[in-house]
Design a protein around this ligand. Structure first.
Ligand SMILES: N[C@@H](CCC[C@H](N)C(=O)O)C(=O)O
Length: 261
């Protein structure tokens, strides 16, 4: 069987996308998805997504991590699938689509390469020692460190993700360092089991945790630098609840091709 695929990246978080509106691909096949995401034996990607038809919405986003397992929300994946929907002509410059954590509103530039994606509201941030733990659609651990540039994110992130507290369900580990304007963030991602170049739900978690830490209320905008580029988070915070959370940044089609599976 031949499957047409599209490779997208959002700040270096990269994904294989398939238009499955006609439901021709049975994607409940972890071994196949892991093989397609493999950087030596497949197309390569941090995850794979299927754009499906969904009544009441423009489309549905079905997301798998690179290990082939279905996962929780992917923010950069959400931004990339919005760009893909525009490329396919499914949407124009605004959309309401369904993802695993519920409905999402998004806006895309007329050029189709800049996406502003609304994330779920957040009202709970827990502590684990000096780290913050919260769910922005996916579970995240946020820890401020020194000299992030030189940090062994793979080694240290993997150790936390696999400790007794988190090993069963897994968690994404975000190490952060303040910049003059915003934060530098490096993330070890669950399901990729490696450092990725960006994580959208991760940088969202960082911006919210830091707003609570610094008691920044009102309308807040937080620029974030990641290995793959720049992202922006904006939200409202009343001291208890984070609402109108938007993750913004680039989403680009890299190449397209055909898989023989
Ligand atoms: N890259 C993502 C997060 C994808 C899900 C994550 N790996 C998990 O399993 O929690 C993002 O941009 O949010």
């Amino acid at each position: 069987m031949n499957i047409k695929f599209y490779k997208y990246q959002g700040a270096g978080n990269d994904f294989v996308l398939v238009d499955n509106r006609k439901n021709v691909v049975d994607h409940q096949n972890p071994a196949l998805i892991a093989q397609i995401c493999n950087r030596r034996f497949g197309v390569g990607g941090d995850g794979m997504m299927f754009l499906q038809d969904k009544q009441g919405y423009d489309f549905e986003m079905v997301y798998y991590n690179a290990d082939g397992q279905p996962s929780s929300m992917c923010g950069n994946g959400g931004r990339c699938i919005v760009a893909f929907a525009k490329y396919l002509g499914v949407i124009e410059t605004e959309t309401e689509f369904l993802a695993v954590d519920g409905p999402h509103y998004a806006k895309i530039s007329a050029e189709g390469d800049w996406v502003s994606l609304q994330m779920i509201d957040v009202d709970t941030i827990n502590s684990d020692g000096e780290a913050y733990v919260l769910n922005t659609g996916s579970p995240h651990y946020v820890l401020q460190v020194d000299d992030l540039k030189s940090k062994d994110v793979y080694h240290d992130g993997r150790a936390i993700r696999n400790n007794a507290t988190y090993s069963e369900k897994g968690i994404n580990i975000n190490f952060i360092e303040p910049l003059n304007d915003g934060y530098f963030v490096r993330t070890f991602e669950r399901g990729v089991e490696d450092e990725t170049f960006a994580c959208g739900t991760g940088v969202t978690a960082v911006a919210l945790a830091m707003a609570q830490h610094h008691n920044q209320t009102g309308h807040v905008t937080t620029p974030i630098k990641v290995l793959g580029g720049d992202l922006n988070i904006r939200f409202d915070y009343d001291g208890k609840r984070f609402t109108n959370i938007f993750l913004e940044g680039p989403a680009k089609l890299v190449f397209e091709g055909c898989l023989d599976v």
